[in-house]
Design a binder for this molecule. Sequence first.
Ligand SMILES: [Zn+2]
Length: 261
Amino acid sequence: MNRRNACRAIAAMLAAPLVAHARQTQTLPAPTSPFKPADYITIPLRLHMLKSDAFKDLDCRLTKADLHRILGKVNTIWRQAGVHWGLESILRETAANEDRLRETRDESGVIALRSYRLIRPEASRKFDGLHVYYLHKFPVNGVYYGDHTALVQDAARLRPVPGGIDEPIPRVTAHELGHALGLPHRQDHTNLLASGTTGTSLNAEEVAKARSYALKMPGALAFETLRAQLRSVERDGNADQSKHLRRWVTEIEAVSAAPNS
Ligand SMILES: [Zn+2]
């Protein structure tokens, strides 16, 4: 079974919205943004670094600094659609149900992709936004489960294509977030929704579709709403919330000031 068929077979076995893709790497010219700050849609993002003493494959090897760098690249990719992923928090958490997964592996030698959903810690799931969980290694580079949840392995490898990104994890993350915004695979090698390549581009149809989905995401904020919320929480003296919102506004406004936009 070649990689594409393997991907299809896995997807067919699992729930309909679940999209998995398989597997390295060049430098990405930062996409220009055709969008003004006022057109940006911000979606809150919670990033989870999973840890496990007993099951090393679950034990994410990334650092917080890695995740900040990764998210910066994800947002550079998504500039082309005027979508900004607003970091709410980075959590380092012990993977849930690691014993159940280990037992399954020891008994049958394989763990179904859907079973990896079990490793999401319960306490941090409630959140008005999207979750990305990072673990060390599992059967695919990344998966979007269809419920505002993506899993990405830090051991991700991609096939380099001309103009592709210089690092796999941001591309895998941005790809899975593309699935979250309603985008299916498109096997054109140099684009973001191609399977297993370093491509990052979106066509006009994908941009329109992703923006339409983005507005329906939990916690999504059009730029004016983001600014209005910032004014409101500042009036209320909510320092925690205003810190996030102000950062997101600043990040979006910085893009329009960047020389490439
Ligand atoms: Zn995919």
